[in-house]
Design a protein around this ligand. Sequence first.
Ligand SMILES: CC(C)(COP(=O)(O)OP(=O)(O)OC[C@H]1O[C@@H](n2cnc3c(N)ncnc32)[C@H](O)[C@@H]1OP(=O)(O)O)[C@@H](O)C(=O)NCCC(=O)NCCS
Length: 194
Amino acid sequence: MVEISKNERGVAREGAEAAGMPEISEMDDYDALVALFIRNELEFSVDDEIPTDIIKCWKAVAARADAGGERGARNEGEDKARPGGGGAASDKGEGRLVGGCVLALREGAFIIDGIAAEPEYRAQKLGSKLLGLALGEAKARGGREMFLVARAPGFFRKHGFVTVPRDGAPTFFECFGCPQYNVSCFPEVMRLAL
Ligand SMILES: CC(C)(COP(=O)(O)OP(=O)(O)OC[C@H]1O[C@@H](n2cnc3c(N)ncnc32)[C@H](O)[C@@H]1OP(=O)(O)O)[C@@H](O)C(=O)NCCC(=O)NCCS
């Protein structure tokens, strides 16, 4: 994920306003969220070698009618072609999965194990709402800090996260062992005091 300009976010916002605000709720279908993360360009390993306890997942679902029109019809076809895609929800008449967030524990530390909003639902605070739920949950469970690997650091900076120098960062993120780390991919490890 690369940083996007205010202009591009403005275009996305117009689409989102036309579509209406998705509903956020807890969910158990972690695999559907992984599919959402992957199609939103997050590096996501389904075979995590580092033990990770999933604490809670949230989904954002747009009403069925929101996916209507020419665009919706195209999406529906695409979704069906992707296992676990947004079509999984809409096919059951439950709307379309357009956002999600996973709170997890790794080596005793709270992490955001994935957060994404589909492009046309960005720039209308959906990501902020999802992140806020995860932060609130971690706090309620006595968490004092939160870590994540950010490919969109600007978004997390808005929420108070600060970049941790590599030598001070927890070693449990797979990024550091990846051959693309700081070669073609420049993620930042970030921390927020809760
Ligand atoms: C990152 C992401 C979840 C943000 O969701 P969103 O719903 O668009 O974010 P919000 O509307 O809540 O934005 C909140 C603020 O962050 C800013 N922001 C959002 N995305 C940004 C980005 N990529 N770069 C810089 N700033 C960003 C917004 O401009 C907004 O600022 P404002 O309060 O001054 O208006 C979404 O862009 C996304 O899914 N990206 C692809 C997946 C990804 O990179 N996830 C992060 C994994 S590390």
